[in-house]
Design a protein around this ligand. Structure first.
Ligand SMILES: [Zn+2]
Length: 128
């Protein structure tokens, strides 16, 4: 998701917040309110950058030369330097790893690259 798309999403979510705060409290509206809140939590969880993902990555890889990006999915290279790039989407992390697998991650690449899910705290198996 691009920065512009995220900005649009934030405008939409702010409008939802305003609606939830000002709409009258009736049983029918409360049911909708619950649905909207659940959908909103999912949107935040899955599309907005995880504020703490970088801090979590620093704890996971304290020796990392650098950590960039944001999100739960990490493309990790353990070659000359340990480097980490974070992504919100697994597909993007896979694409990044595929690229360094093909082209090498740097001067002293030894092809030691893997994907990691910070939320589940485990390595992600390569796609079959
Ligand atoms: Zn490498």
């Amino acid at each position: 998701m691009t920065r512009a798309e995220r900005a649009k999403l934030k405008v939409f979510m702010d409008a939802i917040d305003e609606f939830l705060e000002t709409a009258p409290v009736t049983p029918a509206l409360n049911m909708i309110r619950d649905k909207v809140l659940r959908a909103r939590v999912q949107l935040i969880d899955h599309t907005l950058p995880h504020k703490d993902s970088k801090a979590l990555a620093k704890r996971t890889w304290p020796r990392a030369a650098w950590i960039s990006g944001a999100g739960r999915y990490a493309s990790v290279a353990v070659c000359r330097d340990l480097t980490v790039i974070l992504f919100q989407e697994l597909a993007d992390a896979r694409a990044a790893k595929a690229l360094i697998d093909q082209t090498a991650c740097g001067g002293a690449c030894c092809r030691n690259h893997y994907l990691y899910d910070l939320e589940l705290n485990q390595r992600i198996k390569d796609a079959a």
